[in-house]
Design a protein around this ligand. Structure first.
Ligand code: ADP
Length: 406
């Protein structure tokens, strides 16, 4: 395939479906690697469209638009996991190289499929059940103990589609949708056709994430396990590496991540979100997998400044089957703090002030309009004193969010 986008020297074109901040953050390493990016963007002012010259606007659910886009690319990957199965099938039928493939991606799109598969390959998960009505949810809750966590299998993000419930009544609206969708196509119009995922509520010590990259030829690499701090269902801070993590647990969790990537045939970057728990019998530290993301992930944003190879560079290397880069940290600690949209839309004055106040900060903003609660950027800060780094990261994000004024 000859693409007008290709740079001289035979360097390839990587297509990314979706023009969000993840696609945007692939652009600096793409420049450094001499690779051309092309992004299928939601709109001309999408986060990535502002920095990637080839950003045709198109709908990721429109088969013809996605096919036309993909024909100009050597390999196609994703900014998000919302591309419908029928679009992925059409791409694969045309011979488009998709990474991750449709067969792998389904385990990041569908939490029920993910739970089933991880259980089959012996990866530790919370106790779970597929429930279609109040009676089956009641039976599950009576077995594992109330409250339980109920999730919509598809389409959830940032805690939407997750409820902690004390009785089936608290998901009566979802159960009505399950009954309505029953018999419909769960990959298309009937989002809840397969029912709901019910899980025991895990009494976790903290949340961890394992970040893996895997290439088509099977090379794999892992970054150090990180701690993710959630506030109101949204990840607000990441500590890399996870402080005081038991070395045995770090090894077992990383091995589980690598095994999942290999068994599922994942190509590219994958984040495995986990709960750190205590084994009920022995009291030893252990993990339970929460969910999978098959793309660069918020838990890996620290790697832009904190690791020899960032997750964005590694994702490009992996989908092109280039040798993977070194994942070693550049500093003892890196703290990443998410910037959520606050009350004041003029960020630039605050941004200037912060650069002057703390020259060690690396502030990454995504070119998004400011809406309260929306992830509009993140701050990375690396060094040897974790407590100091946390204070500086929180100060910077509070200031950018307008929570404090100096
Ligand atoms: P999303 O797809 O919206 O990210 P998750 O499945 O990751 O949803 O859940 C969001 C948050 O809800 C998790 O980060 C965790 O804090 C909490 N949570 C999810 N599942 C459980 C569970 N089984 N037990 C306890 N807390 C949970």
């Amino acid at each position: 395939m000859t693409s007008p986008l290709r740079a001289p020297g035979g360097f390839p074109v990587v297509g990314i479906i979706g023009g969000g901040q993840l696609a945007r953050m692939c652009q600096p390493p793409a420049v450094a690697l001499s690779i051309t990016l092309s992004v299928l963007a939601e709109s001309a002012d999408a986060s990535a469209a502002l920095v990637v010259p080839s950003s045709p606007v198109g709908d990721h659910a429109d088969v013809d638009a996605v096919l036309a886009f993909a024909r100009e690319c050597d390999v196609v990957t994703f900014d998000h996991e919302q591309v419908p199965g029928k679009v992925l099938a059409a791409l694969e039928k045309e011979g488009v190289i998709l990474h991750p493939s449709r067969a792998a991606l389904v385990f990041a799109q569908d939490k029920l499929a993910m739970r089933r598969r991880l259980t089959d390959i012996g990866v530790a998960c919370p106790a779970w059940a597929q429930v279609r009505d109040a009676a089956s949810l009641q039976a599950f809750g009576d077995e594992v103990g109330w409250p339980v966590v109920v999730k919509t299998p598809r389409g959830g993000y940032d805690g939407k589609g997750v409820r902690v419930v004390g009785s089936p009544r608290e998901v009566a609206d979802w159960l009505t949708e399950v009954a309505r969708d029953s018999g419909r196509d769960s990959h298309g119009s009937g989002l809840l056709a397969d029912g709901l995922l019910a899980e025991e509520r895990v009494d976790f010590v903290r949340e961890l994430a394992v970040l893996i990259a895997r290439s088509p030829s099977g090379q794999a690499a892992a970054w150090p396990v990180v701690e993710t701090v959630q506030t109101g269902g949204i990840c607000t801070q990441v500590l890399a590496p996870a402080p005081d993590l038991d070395a045995g647990l770090a090894a077992v969790a990383t091995e589980a991540g690598l095994r999942v990537a290999g068994e599922l045939g994942v190509v590219g970057v994958m984040a495995v979100e986990m709960f750190e728990v205590r084994d009920l019998r022995t009291g030893d530290p252990a993990y339970l997998v929460n969910e999978l993301a098959m793309r660069p992930h918020n838990s890996g944003h620290w790697s832009i400044d904190g690791a020899v190879t960032s997750q964005f560079e590694q994702h490009l290397r992996a989908v092109l089957d280039l040798p993977l880069g070194d994942t070693s940290p550049r500093a003892p600690w890196t703290v990443m703090s998410n910037v959520l949209g606050g009350d004041f839309p003029q960020l630039y004055p605050t941004y200037r002030h912060l650069l002057a106040r703390d020259p060690g900060l690396k502030i990454h903003l995504y070119g998004k309009s400011v809406r309260p609660g929306r992830k509009i950027g993140h701050v990375n800060v690396s060094g040897a004193d974790l407590d100091d780094l946390r204070v500086r990261a929180v100060h910077a994000t509070d200031f950018l969010q307008g929570v404090i004024t100096q």
